[in-house]
Structures are given as structure tokens and as C-alpha cells.
Design a protein around this ligand. Structure first.
Ligand SMILES: Cc1cc2nc3c(=O)[nH]c(=O)nc-3n(C[C@H](O)[C@H](O)[C@H](O)COP(=O)(O)OP(=O)(O)OC[C@H]3O[C@@H](n4cnc5c(N)ncnc54)[C@H](O)[C@@H]3O)c2cc1C
Length: 405
């Protein structure tokens, strides 16, 4: 149903949006893009690139200035995500976990002390942050997690392990989830802010991944890690809610990034189609090739609108779990199909690392698994449709965009 009291539509980018897009585009396409093919082939991760992103303000773009961020709206985070993933998914994954899953979670749920101690250096790009939810025996089924955090005087003692954690082997700070009461299912999960330097934290990297090979993905082990009480994020038992609200922020960046990946696939296909000839004409003149490009554009424009709608809801402080999940589900599939069709346009050359589209295809695949698989997004939409799931207010919603904060 259309809500008339908030129906203001503008497709104009603000000056701020244009400036941030230009800055990210220049950095990603000029400085980073030439390094990516080799990094991808050799599975090399370079922390210096993320440090530079921090210096340029991309790691705290929508965090208020008083907490070290850029003080821009949530659409700006989408622009950063889109422009980075136009060049490589690994760059956008860093935004998803550092900004979306960790920093915005602290902004939403943290105490003033936690924001000053952890959020500020993260938003300033001085510290890198990760999000540790997935475990060897618990992915989609978060409540099946086995990590525990037992109260011990003024501390918690953390034991367990996490896998498939982006930036695991390089992050300074980690938002980690563990059970404080194993008898209560998802209501027994709590969230903690920990540092990778804490005694008992160890990490390593996954090798030979299908995609995101220029980024770090790895595991974390916790062996009697002592966490001070003040590092509990939110309240005991609120971990599941916190994890899901962080996913509302992370999925938004995945959706926006997928728009960038789809555009990169489309642009590569258009360029190639204007160079290659068959049957004495440019392949761009074959209507079946044009159809592949037309479908890419159809998906890109619809995905972009879903991202903008979710970003607008965030800007005005409305719950957007359904809309963000929809944007993530749709945009990641658009990117996956666009990359697949871009390979088709390239013929056998698309099957080779000589052109970027095979990397786009491998990278696009992961986004249909992480931050909630296709099936989980589909279940979310089904549950909303039947009223099994509703947007109830959280104890703490993401604050609306406030340029004066
Ligand atoms: C590159 C990459 C980066 C990642 N980064 C992070 C990170 O930074 N932090 C983090 O915590 N995790 C991260 N993950 C993990 C990711 O979030 C999980 O892989 C994802 O949630 C799915 O969990 P799973 O792999 O255990 O699959 P499972 O949950 O085992 O699912 C397997 C299959 O069963 C289906 N399935 C499961 N339950 C249902 C159901 N109820 N109905 C229908 N189908 C179902 C799934 O859709 C899937 O097809 C990352 C993963 C990748 C690949």
C-alpha cells in the first residue's frame, strides 16, 4: 500500500553523492583495478588497499562525524559499495563486513564508551573490523551455533570457532556471537566486541575459494578468551536480534555492490560486442546479442531502484528488513546472470582470465550464499507475505540519517 505522507520521489543525486562517487571511482578504477587480476590469480590479499580506503573515508562513510565517520547518508554507502564492486568484489566485501556488519551494528547497539573505543577508530579507518557469526555446524541456522561465552565474575570466557569470516586473518576488531545460555536457543545468543590481539584468539585463511580471491576469508578459533563485561554489545540474550539487524546493514551493501558488478559485466560485454565480428558484422549487430545486453539493463535498473528504496527507508529511520532482503536477493541474482551472459557474449574468450568476466562470474556466485542464501531471502519474503514475520520495532533501530550529528 502506498503511504502518501512520505511519498516524495527524486532521482537526483545530491552534490555529496556525486562527490563520493567520483572519489571512489577514481580510487578503484585508477589505483586498484590494475592490481586486481594478478591478486585474483595469486589469491593475494593486500591490507594496504583497505588502509587507503580508510584514509579516503570509505570505511566510515555513513557513520556520524562525532564517531569519526563521514557523516553522509546511507545512500552514500550504497554508492561506495557499487563503485568498489564495479572493480572487484573483494573491495566491496570489506565495506560489507567493516561498515555494514560491524561498525553500523556498534552505532546501532553500542554504548557511548563502546562507540568511542571501537567505532571511532574503525570509522576513521585506523582499525579493521570483522563479523563472526558462521560456524562449521551453523550457517543459515544461526541458533545451532556451538560457541559459548560463560560468565566468570566481571568477564566472559569465550570458546568455539567461526569459519568463512571475511577479513578473519587481518581484522583488528571482531563482533562475535556466542551462546551465554545454551538452553534458550536463539534467545540464548549474545554479541561481544573482541580484539584479535586478545589471548586465545587465533585465525587463518581459506585458500582455493571459487571467488573473492583478492580478499581475505578465513577462520577464527577461541580458546578460553577472556572478554571484559563492558564488551558485551546490547544485553545478554540480544545477540540474535543484533546479528539480524547487522545483516540488514550488510545486505544493503551486498545489493548495492551487485549493481556495480552487473554494470561492470554489462560494460565489458558491450565493449567486446563492438570489437568482435562474426558473419561479416559486429556481434553487437546480432539481435540475440542485443537481447543479452537488454536483459542486463533491465535487471540493473530494477535492482538499483530496490537499493535506493531500501536506502531511503534507512535514511528516514524506518525498518527495512524486508526491502533490504528483497534488494539483496534480486540484485545478487541480477549480477550472477549478467556475469554469466557477459561470458556468453565473449564466447571462448569469456572462458579465459584474459578478460575480466570469468572473475565477475566467480565473484557473483558468492553473494548468493553469504549474508543469507537465496533460499533464506526467499523464505523471508514468503513469511512477510503470509504475516508470519512482521517488522516489529527493535529495542534500538538504526538511527535515521542526521547530517548534524
Ligand atoms: C565469501 C564468503 C564470505 C563470508 N563472510 C562471512 C562473514 O564475514 N561472517 C560470517 O559470519 N559468515 C560469512 N560467510 C558465511 C555465510 O554467511 C554462510 O555460508 C551462509 O550463511 C550459509 O551458511 P552455510 O554455508 O552453512 O550453508 P547452510 O546453512 O548449510 O545451507 C546449505 C544449503 O541449504 C539451504 N538451506 C538451509 N536452511 C534452509 C531452509 N530452512 N530452507 C531452505 N533451504 C535451506 C541453503 O539455502 C543452502 O542452499 C561467508 C561466506 C562466503 C562464501
Amino acid at each position: 500500500m502506498v503511504n502518501l505522507d512520505v511519498m516524495t520521489i527524486s532521482f537526483e543525486w545530491t552534490d555529496e553523492h556525486k562527490i563520493i562517487r567520483e572519489a571512489v571511482r577514481d580510487f578503484a578504477r585508477t589505483e586498484v583495478a590494475p592490481k586486481i587480476p594478478e591478486m585474483d590469480i595469486n589469491q593475494e590479499y593486500d591490507r594496504k588497499i583497505l588502509e587507503k580506503m580508510g584514509e579516503l573515508g570509505f570505511l566510515g562513510v555513513s557513520i556520524p562525524q562525532k564517531y569519526g565517520g563521514g557523516g553522509m547518508d546511507y545512500i552514500s554507502t550504497a554508492i561506495v559499495s557499487e563503485e568498489l564492486e564495479y572493480v572487484d568484489t573483494a573491495l566491496r566485501v570489506a565495506i560489507s563486513v567493516h561498515n555494514g556488519l560491524n561498525s553500523m551494528g556498534i552505532y546501532q547497539w553500542g554504548t557511548e564508551e563502546q562507540k568511542m573505543k571501537y567505532l571511532k577508530p574503525q570509522a576513521e579507518g585506523k582499525k579493521l573490523a570483522a563479523y563472526g557469526l558462521t560456524e562449521p555446524n551453523a550457517g543459515s541456522d544461526v541458533a545451532a551455533m556451538e560457541s559459548t561465552a560463560k560468565k566468570d565474575g566481571d568477564n566472559y570466557i569465550l570458546n568455539g570457532s567461526k569459519i568463512w569470516i571475511s577479513l578473519a586473518a587481518t581484522a583488528d576488531n571482531i563482533l562475535v556471537f556466542a551462546k551465554t545460555d545454551s538452553s534458550k536457543g536463539h534467545r540464548g545468543i549474545s554479541a561481544f566486541l573482541i580484539e584479535s590481539g586478545y589471548k586465545g584468539v587465533s585465525s587463518g585463511s581459506h585458500k582455493n575459494k571459487l571467488g573473492v580471491r583478492a580478499g581475505n576469508t578465513g577462520f577464527l578459533n577461541f580458546d578460553d578468551v577472556v572478554i571484559p563485561q563492558e564488551n558485551l554489545l546490547g544485553e545478554e540474550g540480544e545477540g540474535f536480534k543484533i546479528a539480524m539487524s547487522c545483516l540488514d546493514n550488510g545486505r544493503f551493501t551486498v545489493a548495492a555492490g551487485s549493481v556495480g558488478l552487473a554494470k561492470a559485466s554489462r560494460d565489458a560485454a558491450v565493449k567486446y560486442a563492438q570489437e568482435r565480428t562474426s558473419f561479416n558484422k559486429k556481434i553487437s549487430e546480432h539481435q540475440l546479442v542485443q537481447r543479452l545486453i537488454a536483459h542486463m539493463n533491465q535487471g540493473i535498473e530494477a535492482a538499483e531502484l530496490l537499493v535506493l528504496k531500501a536506502g531511503w527507508l534507512k535514511n528516514i529511520g524506518r525498518r527495512n528488513s524486508r526491502e533490504t532482503a528483497m534488494a539483496k536477493w534480486y540484485a545478487t541474482n541480477v549480477a550472477s546472470q549478467a556475469a554469466d551472459d557477459a561470458i556468453q557474449v565473449h564466447g571462448a574468450y569469456g572462458f579465459s582470465a584474459e578478460y575480466p568476466v570469468e572473475r565477475f562470474w566467480r565473484n557473483a556466485r558468492g553473494a548468493r550464499i553469504y549474508e543469507g542464501t537465496d533460499q533464506i531471502q526467499e523464505i523471508i519474503q514468503g513469511q512477510y507475505a503470509f504475516g508470519f514475520r512482521q517488522d516489529k520495532p527493535l529495542r534500538k533501530d538504526l538511527p535515521p540519517y542526521n547530517p548534524d550529528e
